[in-house]
Structure formats: C-alpha cells, structure tokens
Design a protein around this ligand. Sequence first.
Ligand code: SF4
Ligand code: SF4
Length: 333
Amino acid sequence: MTKTVAFHKNARNIFFHILTRCNLKCRHCYINPEQHGKQTLPLETTKKWLKALSHEKRESNLIFIGGEPTLHPDLHIMIKAARKMGYASITVDTNGFFLNHILKKVTPEELDYFSVGLDGSCKEVNDLIRGRGSYDKCVAGIEKALSKGFKISLIYTVSRSNIHDLKNMPNFLKALGIDRFFIQVIGIRGKSVQGKKRKSQLTRKEWGAVVPRVAAGAARLGIHVTYPKVFLDNSEHFECAGLVAENYFIFPNGRVYQCPLCEDFPLHSYVFEKNKPVPTHPVNEKDLFQLSIPEGCVMNKLIQPGNLSYDKQGKPKYKIACCLLKKEINPEN
Ligand code: SF4
Ligand code: SF4
C-alpha cells in the first residue's frame, strides 16, 4: 500500500508549512500567524530546509501543509525535489479547492497522497464549518484527482457541529473510491481557542459512543482508518510522541516544533538559522515531554484541563492520550 504520514511510535514525519496563507476560513483553523509567521517560504529556502531535514538512515514521511500549500506557485517543484532527496512518502495536505491546478503539474508517481480536509458528507454540514462553496469545489477536485490515478486520504475533523454526520462518511468514501480515512479531533489551537468555539469540543462519552464504531465500519468497507483514542483508561499505557517518535512541524518563520499543542506558544525545540535547525534554549517543549503525570499528556493538562475528570480522592478517572499517536485499522492486515 502507498504510504503517507504515520502516527505511531518510531515514525519520522516532517510537516512542512510552506506558507500560512489560505483561501478558506475554517472555524477550527489552527494557524496562528503571530506564532507561525505570514511569509511564503521561497523555493530555494524550502529546498535547503528539506535537505537539512532529510535522513539517510531513517524513513521520513514528508507532508506539505499550510495554510493552503497549493497556493504556493512552486509546490510542484518542491515535490519533485523532495522525491529526489529520498523521502519515503510525500503527501500534500490540502483543502481541495485548487486541486485542479496542481494535478496538471505533478504525476501520481511523484506524489503518494493528497490528504484532503472535508468536514461533512454533504454541503449543509461541511460548508457551515469550512465556508460556502467549499464542499462542491473539494469533491470535484477529489473526483478529478482520482480519475487521474492519484491517491486520496480524507481528513474529517470531528466537533459538535458534525459528529452526527460522521456515520455517513464510510459509505460516502466508498462511493467516491477513497481508501484512507483520518478522523481528527477538534483541538483548541489557533482559532478554536477563541470564545464559544471551545464548546465545539467533544466529551469522552460523545467521542467514545461514535468514533470507534464508525472507524470499524469504514474498515469493514476496506478503508484504512486512523483515529486518535483521545481518552485512555487508566490501565492503558501512555506515551508522549515527543519521546518515542520524531515529528517535526516546520513553519515559514523558521520555528520547528515537535508537539502540535505547543504551537500557540514560543516553545519550539529548534529554529532554522542559516538554513540549519538549531536547538533553542530551555525552557522549551522538550522539557515538558519529560514530565510524567497521572493525567497523561502534560500540554493537555496545561491548556485544556477542562477535558479531565477526577474521582473523590483526586485521582484522574482517565488519561489523555498523545494526539500524535493514533489507532490504525488496516483492513489489509
Ligand atoms: S483549510 Fe486549513 S489552513 Fe485553510 S482555513 Fe481551513 S484549517 Fe485553516
Ligand atoms: S501532545 Fe502531549 S503527549 Fe503528545 S507530544 Fe505533545 S506533550 Fe507529548
């Protein structure tokens, strides 16, 4: 099976934000220009950073992301350059609006996956979250890409606004011919942090009642599904991806994070200087990865303690899992 980003232990993933600009204004957008910069990274700089981030011995999955990466005029040249550098898989994470344009400039051999964000099986649900007209554009782009032999994985960000529609997604994906499904939980990064949008987050009960069942249903249809467990029973083993995997989130202002929950703060582990990633001084996110607490993820406890619950003795009733280590159901196994 063609590879794309892997959310498991020992994986090495490079999430490369080549710009932060986007044509959409999704309610849950995590981009924070104050922390991530507003610039569009020039081609030559991108190539130098890609070289610095490649690894001779370890398989590395590369994900071009934004903002909207297809707005970058040189995306196709970056894909070809990364292929030559030996990245194990290359994925473009897109809102699907401009798929038509990039499809003319790359081949299915050069690109492993388009990872397309869609938050509903119909325009009534999706467009409420991602903006009017986005559903039609995105689905048309997906159909075109599939007809040209490209592989598509679909990301669905689950919130209170669309959890009722998640059950319709497996048949929707099957009908379109999509073989990979990423179910994502709404976070509280970027825009989601603001005001009422926090109420979009799901409780343990809401998540547990719907997501694993829908994931299993999609797998029965032959679709490879990845989803975060989010809530771990106390008997389940907790691991922080900052210690057991290598995930790098590169931003156009040169910041390199290893934990997405740290991205709203200047806690990045590295910063690009003279086109090389240089470690930042403590305190940074790496100091947090070392802390072991009964609640699981340290960053979760710091920025969204509202999703934790305690018994009368003050013991947490469950742990919060690392958002980078997810459950996979591969129908081929
Ligand atoms: S498509 Fe992505 S980058 Fe653009 S607004 Fe939506 S979440 Fe943000
Ligand atoms: S989300 Fe939590 S557990 Fe995962 S890398 Fe960040 S701090 Fe570690």
